[in-house]
Design a binder for this molecule. Structure first.
Ligand code: PGA
Ligand code: ZN
Length: 426
């Protein structure tokens, strides 16, 4: 059995928005292969690893990846050829050294994460074990509770909602399969509820509905009505979670909610709005409630609401261990979102998770709004013992691929995740 890299190749494929993205293929001397496809965000954080794209307007509106492919076939392949894929951390360090920038802007975060994930897949293939078992960190792998997006707004839909994501959380189900069933029944009930009020049931980038509603409260009301219509108990069987993605409506130190009620809010006023929402609805988690540069806003939110809800940093931390460390020191949040392509290698992502784990913070493994059928994050969530996964809605197969992987036989013996420190499950 050989674990030695023979070739590394890459191809342009299309993501769920029809934009090109990288698929990377690592082949070993043994003939085993590992393939991984790279996701892409729309509401990206300013400090995330940078995607490199051709910027040639003649192809894919400048989004082509021929340059990235050429980097993989030359620099990356030359550097990694002959290495043992079981040495993930050593290989990832070579990728970091090859790049030598703070934000992967030379090699490309998309190149780096694609190669890093394909290496992990090749190792799992050569070891003849599921990816989650190869990457396993926690002594007992476990299935995450899904945070399922049911209404899209912000940069993921062209509708009247400023908040990007309204999610449902089947947090008291006995198994992952039951959690997904609760969510599917609520999703269908929400479609019926939207129809009842003559709202559109068209979907946004992550597969949640994208109706033109008059307020965030109306979105929460409709979801609560749908949970009841599905025969479930709001806040008991199924709770709510929000990702306002507030950086996208932050302008010169103010939050400009121009799509809904045209209000312009200070950080303190926005916190008041969140407090009212948490008082009125069974909301258990708010992600990126404030903008990536508004650390004061996050700190105030954690001080005011941190004992009642999960306060999550996404754009705030961009899966960067240095930023998460600052968040821990300043008590900016009490949880972190984790996206492999924000930081650019599997090993650095694990470093970010270890910081969270050490602090008792829940960490949520997340997809991107631009996705492929690759379900790497499902195995990764189980391997990391994550209490939660966020992988979009229950429509669009690039989202379902993640949930279906978690339903698969390979994972049926893992218990559903729960952490003592996770307010979701308190
Ligand atoms: P993105 O959105 O992938 O467009 O950045 C997802 C999120 O904000 O969580
Ligand atoms: Zn987010």
């Amino acid at each position: 059995m050989s674990y030695i890299i023979k070739t590394i190749d890459a191809f342009e494929i299309l993501d769920s928005r029809g934009d090109p993205t990288l698929q990377v293929r690592v082949e070993l001397d043994s003939g085993d292969t590992g393939t991984a496809s790279v996701p892409s965000g729309a509401s990206t954080g300013r400090r995330e690893a940078v995607e490199i794209r051709d910027k040639d307007p003649a192809r894919y509106d400048g989004k082509g990846l021929l340059k990235a492919i050429s980097i993989i076939r030359t620099f990356v392949q030359n550097r990694l050829k002959g290495m043992d894929v079981r040495e993930q951390r050593v290989i990832d360090q070579h990728l970091i050294n090859l790049d030598r920038t703070d934000n992967k802007s030379w090699l490309g975060g998309n190149v780096s994460v694609g190669v890093s994930m394909a290496v992990a897949r090749a190792a799992a293939a050569a070891l003849d074990c599921p990816l989650y078992a190869h990457l396993k960190q926690a002594s007992t792998p476990r299935l995450p509770v899904p945070l399922i997006n049911v209404i899209n707004g912000g940069r993921h839909a062209e509708n009247s909602l400023d908040f990007q994501e309204f999610m449902i959380v089947p947090h008291r189900a006995a198994s992952f399969a039951d959690a997904l069933r609760f969510a599917a029944e609520t999703f269908h009930a929400l479609k019926a509820t939207l129809r009842k009020y003559d709202h559109s049931t068209a979907v946004g980038d992550e597969g949640g509905f994208a109706p033109n509603l008059k307020s965030n409260e109306e979105a929460c009301d409709l979801i609560v009505e749908a949970i009841c219509l599905a025969g479930l108990r709001p806040g008991v069987d199924v709770a709510l979670a929000l990702d306002p993605a507030a950086t996208s409506f932050w302008n010169e130190d103010r939050y400009v909610l121009e799509r809904s009620d045209a209000s312009i809010l200070s950080s303190a006023e926005l916190l008041e709005d969140y407090t009212n929402l948490v008082n009125a609805y069974p909301i258990v988690s708010i992600e990126d409630g404030f903008a990536e540069d508004d650390w004061d806003g996050f700190r105030a939110q954690t001080a005011a609401l941190g004992d009642r809800i999960q306060v999550v940093g996404d754009d705030l931390y961009v899966t960067n261990p240095a930023l998460i460390r600052r968040g821990l020191d300043e008590r900016a949040t009490n949880a972190a979102l984790i996206k492999l392509n924000q930081i650019g290698t599997v090993s650095e992502t694990i470093d970010a998770i270890e910081l969270c784990r050490g602090a008792g913070w829940p960490y949520i493994i997340s997809h991107r709004s631009g996705e492929t059928e690759d379900s790497f994050i499902s195995d990764f969530a189980v391997a990391m013992g994550a209490s939660q996964i966020k992988a979009g809605s229950l429509s669009r197969s690039e989202r379902l691929a993640k949930y279906n992987r978690l339903l698969s036989r390979a994972m049926e013996n893992c218990p559903l995740g729960a952490t003592r420190n996770c307010p979701l499950l308190g």
